[in-house]
Design a protein around this ligand. Structure first.
Ligand code: HEC
Length: 138
């Protein structure tokens, strides 16, 4: 092999190596990102749903994200998984009271959220169900 051909081969091999490393690094960082955020269409809120937003924003937003669209510590509740036929209202009551073992996602477990009354959970349910309906989840 002439020296020129050898250099060309070595350079091409080097470029391929760099490309492979770049792809590996990109792949691993996107795997590490845990957020599952969804775009939420926010409807006009009134009554219990409007009160529920206030309670949600105080107690749940840090994990479940703005408009329950998902955040760094928790899944979107405006999601097909949480439609009423799959997660009935009681699952909200139990989640707040007892916490939730990790099972659907890889965020870890949800701790119990103390200091939120059953009446306030009912308002949160009205809020989340209103958001779900406005986003075609029923
Ligand atoms: C510290 C983070 C965190 C906070 C705060 C939090 N959640 Fe969660 N929640 C999670 C995670 C994580 C899951 C998903 C667990 C899984 O299925 O893997 C979850 C799941 C749920 C579920 C699904 C329950 C089930 O049966 O699968 C409901 C409902 C819920 N959360 C409601 C709430 C409400 C309402 C609040 C506020 C009062 C709240 N969460 C606050 C992290 C949180």
């Amino acid at each position: 092999m002439s020296p020129i051909r050898l250099i060309v081969v070595l350079v091409l091999a080097g470029l391929t190596g760099v490309a492979v490393i770049w792809l590996l690094v990109r792949g691993s960082t996107s795997e590490q990102s845990l957020t599952h955020q969804v775009a939420v269409n926010v409807p006009q809120l009134s009554g219990a749903a409007a009160s529920g937003k206030v309670v949600f924003d105080r107690n749940c937003v840090a994990c479940h994200g703005a408009n329950a669209g998902g955040g760094p510590g928790g899944p979107p509740l405006v999601h097909k998984i949480y439609e009423p036929g799959h997660h009935a209202d009681i699952s909200f009551v139990l989640a707040v009271k007892n916490g939730v073992r990790q099972h659907h996602w890889s965020f870890g477990s949800m701790p119990p959220i103390p200091g939120v009354s059953e009446a306030e959970v009912a308002q949160i349910i009205a809020y989340v169900r209103t958001l779900q309906r406005a986003n075609g989840i029923r």
